[in-house]
Design a binder for this molecule. Structure first.
Ligand code: F0G
Length: 482
């Protein structure tokens, strides 16, 4: 099933691009990393990039651009209204998705703001394969509720299910029957389901969701931010799509959805976002929110240069040799970690490699944020910056109780075409050392805790002096090395 290209009998992915611009990296000594982590309140979001060696926080807005994208940026047409750049982008959207209306927005969550304001009312229920942090916040902000109707396999860390991002169709039908179709403004499908490890859904599942939506007269919305990875997996894992081109698969998916929105910080390797639909009635509900929150209808808060890069980037996304690099590097990293017994989410998904903190540090209770603690420990021992995706990323309920997450993951994102394989190997090597010394890792507790999206800027402290002990062990084993 794996599409990894073979090289001298080794399972090594082969890049179909060369590097023409580079940026110097900096690896500060472990003692300075410990200090930097402390100053950042043990929250990897608050680290300064100068203190980070390999930035695996996210794939958002940090993918490498192509020479053609950079070249296109030079021909951007600066104009508040009616920019030719917009018309080029709109035409590319129409060509790829076959939807004639395109509403620009400055990034993915801006699209979520517009869609939620337009369609979510107090008491609304929005079923989805899995929530994303900003999606859930916007739906709740507008008085709605998110209901996740994933398949049982979705939350299994170790699995060989090719489409863990699928919706459980029976649960979807039962939910609609219970809540009433009138209270459900739309069903949301997230491509490359972010919070469960970048796991895809299948074309067949999307078709089944569409059938249910048709039966009950409910609209279907696709979050296409991680579409590139999902397309790759459908192409290699789904029997009925093996012979279809990426363009054909994209079009088939698009035809099943009423609205497609995306973060172009991921899809298209630029920075921006947008909403596509061919339904004029839906566009009418959303259009006036664009100038109100984003900018005029022909730029939506984006720089025209980024829009040009996005047009070319989206076109390049329709090329299997471009979109296979991310998932193949991730598969390599997952397999290398697995060989050493490190608990990781399988099968390897898109976006990044996901380490299972629940097992890695099974001695840390979820109230002490095991994934947050592991992300801090990984940074200290390697300079690699990952992201907590667990209880810290949840929000307390109205009574102030913790919302315990289904999973405790540390995501090590592999932005597309950015890192080399030796850098991936370095990260693996340090994580393996940390695993051998995992009993040294302790929990964290909040010292500053924002009410909304606390994982972004909350500050935490270690519950004991475990970080100092970890650094001492590092020095013992690594000598003078950084
Ligand atoms: N939907 C999904 C599936 C996402 O992964 C993201 C962003 C958004 C919407 C929001 O888009 O950042 O452009 O506003 N994910 C980033 C991440 C932040 O690191 O996974 P945005």
């Amino acid at each position: 099933m794996s599409q990894i290209k073979f090289y001298q009998g080794e399972n090594v992915p082969l890049e179909m691009h060369k590097v023409r611009i580079v940026q110097k990296l900096n690896l500060i000594p472990v003692e300075e990393r410990l200090q930097a982590m402390g100053e950042a309140g043990n929250n990897t979001f608050l680290l300064r990039n100068r203190d980070v060696f390999l930035d695996m926080l996210t794939d958002s807005g940090v993918n490498a651009m192509s020479d053609k994208q950079m070249a296109a940026m030079m021909q951007a047409d600066d104009s508040y209204a009616g920019s030719e750049t917009f018309y080029r982008l709109e035409a590319k959207m129409q060509e790829i998705f076959g939807k004639d209306i395109f509403l620009p927005a400055h990034q993915g969550r801006a699209c979520e703001n517009i869609i939620s304001r337009a369609f979510v009312k107090p008491g609304s229920v929005v079923p989805m394969n899995y929530h994303f942090t900003t999606t859930k916040s916007h739906i709740t902000l507008n008085g709605g509720r998110v209901e996740e109707i994933f398949i049982d396999e979705a939350l299994k860390i170790t699995s060989d299910h090719p489409f863990k991002g699928n919706v459980d169709i029976d649960k979807l039908v039962a939910l609609i029957e219970k809540e009433g179709a009138g209270n459900i403004p739309f069903v949301r499908m997230e491509a490359g389901t972010n919070l469960i490890g970048g796991q895809p859904f299948s074309m067949e599942n999307l078709q089944q969701v569409r059938e249910v939506c048709d039966k009950y007269g409910i609209m279907l919305v696709l979050d296409a931010s991680l579409l590139a990875d999902n397309l790759y997996f459908i192409k290699i894992r789904e029997e009925s799509c093996l012979d279809k081109s990426i363009r054909e698969i994209t079009r088939e998916m698009s035809d099943l959805c009423d609205i497609i929105y995306f973060s172009a910080r991921k899809l298209g390797c630029a920075r921006g976002g947008g909403i596509c639909t061919s339904r004029a009635d839906l566009a009418d509900e959303m259009r006036e929110l664009v100038p109100l929150f984003e900018g005029f209808l022909t730029y939506g808060g984006m720089s025209v240069r980024e829009m040009e890069a996005m047009t070319v980037g989206l076109d390049e996304t329709m090329d299997m040799e471009m979109i296979d690099q991310g998932p193949q590097f991730i598969e390599f990293m997952v397999e290398e970690l697995q060989k050493k017994g490190i608990p990781v989410v399988t099968p390897a998904g898109g976006l990044g490699c996901h380490v299972d903190a629940m097992e890695f540090v099974d001695h840390i209770p979820q109230e002490q944020y095991p994934a947050g603690a592991l992300a801090a420990a990984i940074y200290i021992v390697s300079g690699v910056r990952g992201m907590e995706r667990g209880t810290m990323s949840e929000q307390r309920d109205d009574d102030g109780n913790e919302t315990i997450s289904n999973m405790e993951l540390v995501r090590l994102a592999l932005p597309r075409r950015v890192f080399t394989l030796s850098q991936v190997k370095y990260a693996v090597d340090r994580i393996v050392w940390l695993y051998e010394n995992r009993r040294l890792i302790g929990g964290l507790s909040f010292v500053e805790e924002p009410k909304v999206l606390r994982f972004f800027f909350g500050k935490l402290a270690p519950v004991s002096d475990w970080q100092t002990k970890l650094v001492a062990k590092f020095r013992e084993d690594f000598g003078d090395s950084l």
